[in-house]
Design a protein around this ligand. Sequence first.
Ligand SMILES: [Zn+2]
Ligand SMILES: [Zn+2]
Length: 443
Amino acid sequence: MKYGNKRSLLQISGIFIVFTIVGANVVLAVDAVAKQHRPFPDKIYSVVEKAYRQFHEYPELGNVEFQTCDYIQESLIQAGFTQIIELPNLLTAVIAVWDTGREGPTIGLRSEMDARPTQEPAHHDPCSKINGVMHNCGHDIHAAILLGTAHAIANDDSAFRGKIVFVFQPAEEVRGGADDIVACGILKELGIQALFAQHVAPGTPVGRWNISPGAVMAGSNYFNITLKGQGSHAADPSAGSDLPLVAARLVETLSSIPARSLDILNQPMVMSVTQISTGEHSALNVIPTQVTLGGTIRAFYDLDSPGENGKSARDVIMQAIKGVAATYDVEIDFELRKATPPTQNHNELFDLIIPQLQSAMAPGALKVTHGRGMFSEDFAYYTPHHPCLYFSLGVMKGEKGKNGVHTPEFDVHPDTLPQGLLFLWTLAKIASNSDLSVIHITE
Ligand SMILES: [Zn+2]
Ligand SMILES: [Zn+2]
């Protein structure tokens, strides 16, 4: 991959250097600026708008965000960043450190960068110029806002303390990304005391943010089931195991586990079968000897953690599967792969930051809700290791911002950009002036 002006980068492979200049503490005045409409110089807004158009028109899939990575690096260098960290195993990640030179905490702001394999409708503006690839999860917006925040802070950091780490993370939509960044240990080495992110929320108005305490998004798990039995002619099903019928029974059994075999309040879970296959070469008059099923399980807890009766969700699933196997006298093999853990908003950090943020913003702009979702998000990988907060960003205004993420119709109102910039800047300012030494995390 090409990097822009490598001479001005602090090149680090595994080991890094952080310059610390201890300066005078800044006593922050009441946040008047956050209540203004366009409090930043015009050049900051044009950074955000240009970056958004660039990322949206040239979307790149996970782990190959090379052009996006180059653009971000070059822009950060132009803004005056000198600490940009290269990670040998994450070629498209950009992690940049802004040191205010004043004593204070180290906070992190994270965005994603990757797009998805979707054809964008031609009438969109801006519109993807890459066939079959589109930013329809808002990662272009997140990255543009984060880049703008970096420029705004580099332009004037007098309201900030400590260090602000900008984490442009690749591969949220595919494997790698957040888990790889956590695994390489860079955020621990940098001493990140709190990490923040916002994600577009279709249907939520521009100028509104939502946040919930505790576990806000489920962990994802994936399963494969193989049924093996006696095949037969389709005209004579009693001569064999009739595996398609067993598979149908199994789908019913598995789908009813969350509401009937688990405590729905204390062990909420969704188990969905998404694939059933009898093999590619089956004739229509042959009952096969093998059927495979696959799907996903979403839950806010580890499937191996015991419930109040001592049984884990995995135990309950296995018991149900064995029951079907015994009833129909077939062989059933169950494989479970744990993927993203649940996304946890850190309660102490929540209590410290959210009231300050609410009073700095327009009344009602930041709503505390108790909404949770069974969707999952790889920001979850950070949450067991760093105190984190994950916000929903309103994108709807007029006819824009109504359609769901991952759909070809997904779009956002352009006013999301300045609003998201002001929000992230305000959040960073509050966090960088807070005493984060009182925040703890148990790993
Ligand atoms: Zn997505
Ligand atoms: Zn996303």
